[in-house]
Design a binder for this molecule. Sequence first.
Ligand SMILES: NC(=O)c1ccc[n+]([C@@H]2O[C@H](COP(=O)([O-])OP(=O)(O)OC[C@H]3O[C@@H](n4cnc5c(N)ncnc54)[C@H](OP(=O)(O)O)[C@@H]3O)[C@@H](O)[C@H]2O)c1
Length: 331
Amino acid sequence: MSKALRITQHGAPLDVLQFIEGDTTGARPLDPSEVRAAVRLAPIHPADINVLEGTYAALPTLPATPGNEGVAEILEVGSDAASAGWRVGQQVAFAPGSGTWRQRMVIQESSLTTVPQGLTQEQAATLVVNPATAWRMLHDFVTLQPGDWVVQNAANSAVGRCVIEIAAALGIKTLNVVRRPELVGELKALGADAVVLEDVKLRKEARAITGGAPVRLALNAVGGDSAVNIAGALANSGTLVTYGGMSKQPFRLGTGQLIFGDLRARGFWITAWYARATRAEKDAMLEAIARIMRQGHLTPSVDNIFSLNEYRQAITRAMEPSRPGKVFFRP
Ligand SMILES: NC(=O)c1ccc[n+]([C@@H]2O[C@H](COP(=O)([O-])OP(=O)(O)OC[C@H]3O[C@@H](n4cnc5c(N)ncnc54)[C@H](OP(=O)(O)O)[C@@H]3O)[C@@H](O)[C@H]2O)c1
């Protein structure tokens, strides 16, 4: 029996989340293809809040333990999982949405990903979702060369910071939009080439900022006016990838941006990428990201770490704007 968070219905996060001391889901005997794991650290992402609210695209069958990602240690391995190469003591992460806000979990080996060597626990606990999202968006839509520019909003978000650091490691330049002036120096220190506030009209200013270099990729986590603004930085036939909607405003583009700018609007969801990627593709991407991490980059900013029974403070904090970093559970 162990501790876990659980929901039996969707609604306001603090109304629906329950703390369970006698969770038995991680204690049952293993099927051959399963492993038992002890979760060591798990972040609270915006998508986790959306799962609690019932507004996320992929919702678990209820009752369920939320928690999109985390890092865990394998405690026990079924016979088929052992044949697939999993070992007791190994550090693992999970396919997004595996339900990590608990001490023990039993999970199919096909849902595990190997955690590369040499990462901090915070890096390992946040490897699978945000750095991977940044990595895929920088690789899968436009062929970028060193020296090319990318524009993004919510640049201080966890994903935005990953975009800055991965782009810098690849020699790609970033034009970053934030809504608070105190973030400018911090993001430049991470490797951002330019950081501007939301009220800078990029349709007019982008060329001056990039020295006339075309911007062919825009990454949108906000929607509404902010999406229109970053699209204004794009060169003709540029691509805008939407991966989040933090403003809760519908995604918009100007009619002229589509007609005269021939812009392409795409969407990206890392969960769908993991569902179609092979184990070799996942391992190759995570190792490439880990190489950048081992050089001292992609260290997630930690706002606070809570135990599971402190879930009310944890969720309240995770839902506050202007946080300096992620909120985590240490189960
Ligand atoms: N599609 C995918 O596969 C995928 C994968 C990972 C994440 N995401 C999405 O990406 C987004 C960022 O996730 P994260 O974990 O990086 O978030 P995070 O670290 O919690 O950061 C949240 C960001 O959103 C900004 N923000 C909050 N409310 C806003 C509003 N009303 N208007 C404009 N900006 C607002 C914050 O700005 P302040 O600091 O100024 O408050 C901050 O930059 C979320 O929508 C998440 O669901 C999508």
